[in-house]
Design a protein around this ligand. Sequence first.
Ligand code: 5HY
Length: 248
Amino acid sequence: MRILVINPNTTASMTDKIGLAAQQAAASGTDIVAVNPAMGPVSIEGYYDEAFALPGLLQEIARGEAAGADGVVIACFDDTGLDAARALADIPVVGICEAALAAAGMIATRISVVTTLACSVAPISHLVHRYGFAERARVHAADIPVLSLEEPGSNAGALLRAKVREALQADRSDAVVLGCAGMADLARDLSGEFGVPVVDGVAAGVKMIEALAGLGLRTSKAGAYATPISKTYTGVLASFAPDAIVRQ
Ligand code: 5HY
């Protein structure tokens, strides 16, 4: 099985970290292909960044499916472009937020989601509601820029641990979900430190795709995720038209 794991931002060191976490979670016989677009924001912090990550993200999905991927993990905790990706692809696509909440929801009753900046709280809270966890999960920001997680010697780790401690107490929760793909390497240590399950969405997403692809399930084209209608796109987006993007 081959799983395409896409970091929608353009920071290669984060893609490498995500790819390592994905491969560590993968079963033997599962190959992980970790990529990021060549164009777009270096990090995704809020709605505006998210919008401009989409063309590159969708282009990588089209390429990966054409190259034979069996499924896609969108490795950004905003589940960036998830619905558009499911419309574009036939293979199953999961976002790390949905995957992490699904996993946490099967092992705990109350969940603390700890993400990076305050601007990410609203988009993630929207997903918490969409995925049916409004009564069970609360979202907190550790006040760390996404790329501080890539900086050796930054205080991001200490700020994250402090916020996890605070969230566990405030929410009376029994599990933690890491609210950024850039935290993928921290789950095991944090779980050991706080004595509760800590779920990383990258690993959960890989296992979810292994399950879906293993069941032979593909995205349904009978409804909302129907193949996009063929039409012309103009200007710099011409190559992203539904027919054109697949041919690249
Ligand atoms: C992520 N941003 O997982 C999100 C997290 C966030 O570039 N990768 C990003 O802060 O929304």
